[in-house]
Design a protein. Structure first.
Lengths: 585, 291, 585, 291
């Protein structure tokens, strides 16, 4: 018997409730003190097709999914066709007994079959839409998981629909649970059992980022829907009244970023969120924020490009674009969180950085990170630990005391000019997208003023550099080979390192989250002690590897790149480690 | 009391002698003084173009932004601080050309900002290409003879009406008293106000000179025009030729502004609400959502 | 006496005709067999301010201006104030005798003063607007240049206004010429003299590019005006009827690039032209061309950024932006011509590359290159040498013969899929911005198809690499130090190398025009033999230096960067060579 | 003779069962066959959205492009090859939201293309946010209760009229014969034709169901409506509620298209003119300009 160490995969058509079932089961697991990593995969369509939700469960913290599946919950036959070969030894399939399934083939492969009259139970007890409830019940039964956790989630999810709906669903779940347990539990080796544990949240990257942002003082979000960033404006909008936000679904992404710039100029912490295509439309205004030194937070949730690409698939294809977007040269900060904790952290830290350095801050996420759920300790999401630092924003009192002409773009040692908000008689000024004087007047010609201004702006980055975080080292100090990754590669690489070290190898891992500006010296120093560096990225050209070479001179020795739209997994990395990966200029 | 001198700027204008933008600048200052607004109570957002340099030539809060984008920037500012009078001043290229989409959507949502268009029917700053309001046949380097500009001009009045504007006016920079009145009316209007100003460009558009307009413009108010009637306004919108109507061409009062309807703003300007303070119950609610 | 080796500078307010006077004098010089380099500097305003036109003359080919001025033609007093300190020993100032000038100061500095009653001559003979004609006449007189060359330009320029206007202008010029010669020629050492020479054109980078493009088969140009790229759509539009082009000044840059993509998709060689701000708006559609494999030529004439920046000033601030613009990864080609000849060449070559590799080609120019005039041998602009290569574009006959289903995105060894134009019954297909199958159907999920398509697209670049030009080496094969430059740095660096070598140093110069894709091996090989590399760029962060390090590992030893909006000059480079230059992240 | 089977596609649609886009797809095929157009004579440009996948579901030249940008792409294609019938098919978000500026300018210039809008008053593909044509108060995740969508909807008919459209029609995807007729009329029109199609989204916009529209739409033709009168069309444009007019709402014939007026195109489609051949006199003229 293998306890609390398995992967469950729920598959079905778009519209069949794969996502809600997966999320529900995940919550039930977390409430039982278990750790999980949940990965959602959906197609770019509204109905039909094939979606799945894969949940890895463990009693230790998880950072990635694995490719092996132990229990497959099939809401339609395609789920079985597509995923049967992922099923591990001893694994099985739960499905409605009326589903048309090629028993012989599956049995031959040694896969256990767990047909259950899901629809029948649902219809007999309630209505047929409760078949998913039945499926969850049956799954819990077969794994002998504590029914109460399933019940508590059902109660929470249906409470708005009234006690009767709750009761019927509970009844449906219970019946399926009992049947599953009775018929199949004895034949299934993978079990789930409640563990005593501190409170944990189940959250994905998008939502973690939202929490960080609102707690970090964000009060204005303007955006235009774009997969996979849409949940950000949606979460913010549905919580706007409650938390005193203003959100605006604007006419396009250009308006979205411009509105955020306007709101920030007026003094409100403002952000926009989009994916690569929408970001492309924001490029001009990004430079405006740079030139006018307006704080701005832009979340870019990458998906597989180029162009419309694969809208629901993952990729880290926009790194170099983010660092170089927009004409001319201006300071910016690029953060690439790699876990939900880091998303939360980036969510509020970005606002501090934006205000301290009066520049745009880009948070670079991706489909995989945005949509993957993980259990995290509530203490790691310590809401009270959020720090607020508005940098050199002049207080009302400070402004009251100003006597001479206020210079919005005063030349200072740090390059940071004390910032006043519009509305006070002592600090009337113009923010100017042309090159300008210290007090914000157009200065399109003077070479000396120009040099001063260019240098002033870049001095800010030298200050910022000091608070950029160097990469985290995971694993032993010394190793035969060192993985280098950034952003969402964190989980899969971390798990890979664990497996390698458990297998007797000596590997470690440098995980980068603060991408730009890059403290070159510190990084070069870190790289000096490495033997063989393996770059891992979800793109086809090894963008981070190029970036690292640009600033440290160090060429990555070997690259593992994935660019098929699928997230990296420990298995993928381990396989590629043996065969060697590809690389395009 | 606001004083015209408060609005003076140390910067010397770069506009051509005789440019219609001077009239707009002067009337704008007059209007703000008339309304007893001080420079710090006003914020002027401009695009890029000759006229968009205006904030540099007065002392006022300003944001000289991007070609075509002052309207969304202004909306963001006003949503964040609706105590400020937020005024967009921009060219015809800026507003009806590259910025056309923001224009129609700001009007539709009745964002509480004022849009003053320096309509010289040409691209001034880039030296004389045809603009969306240039007449058909207008010869420029991007619309050379024999055809000149192929497109008929945009009709901003009609477009605004169709977009759902609640205030539409036209004035002429060669008629300062009228222009001042119109600016006052536009700023006073609750909701999105469009003021299209006929602005002679003495360098690149000799056809639309002061004389051209002086001979043609007439004040609709003097003819007992009723600006509250949408059908009549539609008809009026196509009047262009020997007679060009100026004045308030359409106005409907009492329609809620966008800002009026945003729940969070009922507690006052967003910026004055500060960074929200978070209490235990908030933390619990947030946590509960994910546990 | 110094013959045919001097710099003339004409300065005045915007609207005073500085540009036309400068261009006129330049033509007159070229017709006399002289070489010239003309540099225009203008302010971002329509009237007033201060503009100038600086013409360096020689009897050998010139590639750059110099900072020293020998004859200053002042149309307003500010010209004298601004430029008096640039006047070389023995140099002088031509101005209207009624201009208010600080004689004492100027005399003390040893500057020769040549007041002439320009306005009076103009008014007596014709009208006051002919004062510029008088000024040119006087200048020719003082330098004792052959009057006939001035006369021939006057005839050409005014012929459209009728013989009387021509005659009056000739008369004005003649009188001023005689007066200048009589009064001052004896006191002025710098002389201009006709030289026998083959026919030469006087042309700037923008126009050279236009010529290359039209001769290269470009028939469609959609653009939106933006300094300094506007003259491209203007030249194309004013020549459209004559040369059978369609040009469209569109509602914005997004429409401009989309129209060009549409026209190209339909089979017409199409381009758009803009500066950095407009390019920012084109970023999304650039990726569309990449994904749909639509040939496309985009000219980006850089100006000083960020954002609106200094609209009429020069900078090379957009290099890394061009290489990385748009989400996701796709093939593109970036060319950075450095001289008017190279602009001409890039103008037609870009269309061949775009069609051969079915991808966007960016031509990166800048204000300095776009606006600088040079004399070039007509034979170097050999119109007949233009080659047309439409790559794997299927002919009508080939398409007629197709039997099976045509696959627009067929997987091939070269990655290049034979391209058919819409309109033929045998090749009906859909161009698709989502990831797609070989026949253009949406394929947003399949990992194998994805890998094939990503690799197919990038294989095109491997083929293209073979025809990318390695940098030109200027100067001796072996040197103590090697300058590395790209694009418009060409002229100033070349002149610098000449001066250094004349002065007994040993310097050479690697000039890059084909930026991307970069044949890494060949370049690394080239760099191996260099001792000390000095990077020269018109930006503040040394973008090309970073780029070179990324792909070759070679770190540039010393950088000379200019970022005040002014073009590089040999004097600037030589000065910085002594003191050492700055460098920001 | 064109045949409906020629337009069949091997690809299975991903649209929801019951989606109004099926009706548009079918009527479009019918209309093309009716007009005796073969797949290779037509080119359909779409944006991004549920409906924009349409070219994949038929056999026809297509370009599935970017969200908001099919209109300028279509214009480029048609300027390069005006032998092709170029049809834009795109969503309401695509056309009236992000693409609004291209929309009004294409109409103004009377570009000779057809624009068919799949107007489901919602963002389908991104799963149900409000769109520019969603009614005020429409609750979605980006316009949550209590207010729902704050903006009143765009009025595409009025906007098109104001922009200078020469053909404006509305149809309903639940009425295939009418829709087919309207598509034929729109494609047949010389100049820029707008056809706004009421398209039920059965998944994200239950309010605008087939039933909703069936109870309300009426054919203006049956009421002797005269589509040539601009004033009447203006009035008609604001009719929306218990009665929703479908049919040709405005049409003016004989106005030259943009393409008609481009000198170079008088010698035939640009692509068929090939790469121009250059003669000695051309070379001389070019050289003369710069010597
Ligand atoms: C994105 C972008 N495109 C183009 C330009 C160049 N540009 C500056 S002003 C202008 C047009 C000005 O015309 P208008 O808005 O009518 O203002 P005017 O100069 O006539 O006052 C253009 C095209 C720019 N600054 N930004
Ligand atoms: C630049 C850009 N922004 C956002 C998106 C995401 N997106 C895809 S379709 C769509 C809206 C679809 O609505 P609509 O145009 O009405 O078409 P429908 O799906 O309703 O048919 C959006 C916002 C995108 N693809 N590109
Ligand atoms: S070019 Fe025209 S609009 Fe610009 S400043 Fe001169 S007169 Fe005014
Ligand atoms: S979501 Fe709506 S528009 Fe999209 S396919 Fe389904 S029914 Fe049609
Ligand atoms: Mg204008
Ligand atoms: Mg829609």
């Amino acid at each position: 018997m293998i306890k609390n160490n398995m992967t469950l995969k729920i598959g079905g058509e778009a519209g069949q409730g794969v996502e809600s079932s997966g999320a529900g089961f995940a919550k039930a697991l977390a409430r039982g003190g278990l750790h999980l990593f949940g990965w959602q995969d959906y197609m770019s369509r509204i109905r039909g097709g094939h979606n799945f939700f894969q949940i890895k469960v463990s009693d230790r913290p998880l950072y990635s999914h694995s490719d092996e599946v132990h229990l497959l919950l099939a809401l339609h036959p395609e789920t079985i066709d597509r995923h049967k070969d992922e099923i591990a030894t001893g694994g099985g399939i739960v499905y409605d007994e009326n589903l048309n399934v090629d028993h012989d083939y599956l049995k031959e492969k040694g896969i256990k079959l767990f047909p259950i009259p899901l629809l029948k139970i649902a219809e007999e007890t309630g209505t047929k839409i409760m078949a998913n409830t039945a499926a969850l019940g049956a799954t819990a039964g077969i794994t002998e998981y504590d029914f109460e956790h399933i019940a508590s989630v059902i109660r929470d999810n249906f409470v708005k629909k009234g006690q009767e709906v709750v009761n019927t669903n509970l009844e449906v779940a219970r019946r399926a649970y009992d049947l599953g347990r009775e018929r199949y539990a004895a034949d299934f080796d993978f079990k789930l059992e409640t563990v005593k544990a501190p409170a944990r949240m189940v959250i994905n990257g998008n939502h973690a980022l939202c929490l960080g942002a609102v707690l970090g003082g964000c009060r204005f979000v303007s955006a235009y829907p774009m997969t996979p960033a849409t949940p950000i404006i949606e979460w913010m909008s549905t919580h706007a009244d409650r938390y005193g936000l203003v959100t605006k679904h604007s006419e396009d992404e250009i308006a979205a970023i411009c509105m955020a710039i306007g709101a920030s100029h007026a003094g409100v912490r403002a952000m926009t969120a989009t994916s690569g295509g929408g970001f492309s439309l924001m490029v001009e205004a990004l430079g405006l924020a740079g030139m006018t030194e307006t704080p701005l937070v832009v979340v870019e949730v990458q998906r597989a490009g180029p162009s419309t690409g694969m809208p629901t698939r993952t990729e880290q294809g926009d790194l170099l674009f983010m660092i170089h977007a927009s004409q001319g040269e201006f300071p910016r900060i690029v953060l690439a969180p790699g876990s939900v904790e880091e998303c939360f952290y980036a969510g509020w830290r970005a606002f501090n950085l934006a205000e301290k350095y009066q520049c745009p801050v880009i948070i670079l996420s991706d489909t995989f990170l945005a949509n993957s759920l993980r259990t995290v300790e509530c203490r790691d999401f310590n809401f009270k630990s959020v720090e607020l630092d508005r940098g050199e924003l002049l207080t009302e009192e400070a402004v009251d005391q100003l006597s001479e002409g206020y210079k919005r773009y005063a030349i200072t040692d740090t390059g940071i000019s004390p910032r006043a908000l519009p509305g006070h008689p002592n600090t009337v000024f113009v923010a100017c997208s042309d090159e300008h004087t210290q007090d914000g007047h157009f200065e399109d010609e003077d070479p000396d003023n120009r040099i001063q201004m260019v240098e002033k702006r870049f001095r800010k980055m030298e200050v910022a550099l000091k608070e950029m975080r160097t990469p985290t080292l995971y694993g032993p100090q010394e190793a035969e080979f060192t993985f280098v990754g950034w952003g969402s590669t964190y989980g899969p690489v971390r798990e890979t390192v664990d497996r390698l070290n458990e297998g007797g190898n000596k590997a470690n891992f440098l995980h980068f989250t603060d991408i730009w500006p890059l403290p070159e010296d510190k990084i070069s120093h870190l790289l000096e002690t490495t033997n063989h560096i393996i770059g891992v990225e979800s793109n086809s050209t090894g963008q981070f590897a190029k970036f690292l070479r640009t600033y440290t001179g160090r060429k990555i020795d070997h690259q593992i790149l994935r660019y098929d739209g699928q997230p990296l997994s420990p298995e993928y990395i381990l396989t590629k480690l043996q065969v060697g990966g590809g690389d395009h200029g | 009391m606001a004083n015209i001198k408060d609005y003076a700027s140390p910067v010397r204008s770069t506009w051509c002698v005789g440019c219609g933008d001077y009239g707009i600048l002067n009337s704008l200052k007059q209007a703000l003084v008339k309304m007893d607004l001080e420079p710090h109570e006003v914020l002027i957002v401009t695009g890029i173009g000759c006229g968009s340099k205006l904030p540099d030539y007065m002392t006022v809060n300003g944001y000289t932004s991007l070609h075509g984008r002052p309207i969304p920037i202004a909306q963001g500012i006003h949503l964040a601080n609706h105590d400020l009078k937020v005024i967009v001043v921009a060219g015809d290229g800026d507003t009806y050309g590259i910025g056309g989409n923001h224009f129609i959507h700001a009007l539709r949502r009745n964002a509480d900002i004022t849009i003053i268009v320096q309509n010289n029917a040409v691209y001034g700053l880039t030296k004389g290409q045809y603009s969306p309001t240039s007449p058909k046949g207008f010869p420029t380097k991007t619309s050379p003879p024999p055809t000149g500009a192929i497109e008929p001009p945009v009709n901003p009045i009609a477009l605004a009406l169709a977009a759902g504007a609640t205030f539409i006016a036209r004035s002429f920079s060669g008629n300062p008293p009228h222009l001042t009145d119109m600016i006052v009316a536009a700023i006073s209007h609750q909701g999105c106000a469009l003021l299209d100003v006929l602005q002679p460009c003495v360098t690149f558009n000799r056809d639309h000179s002061y004389d051209f307009y002086r001979q043609r413009v007439y004040n609709v108010e003097e003819e007992g025009y009723d600006p509250s009637n949408r059908e009549v306004a539609w008809e009026k919108s196509s009047e262009w030729g020997d007679r060009i109507p100026i004045g308030i061409l359409y106005m409907v009062e009492g329609k809620p502004t966008y800002e009026d309807q945003v729940t969070t703003l009922k507690s006052g300007p967003l910026v004055k609400q500060g960074l929200r303070s978070w209490g235990e119950s908030d933390y619990e609610a947030l946590e509960a959502e994910f546990t």
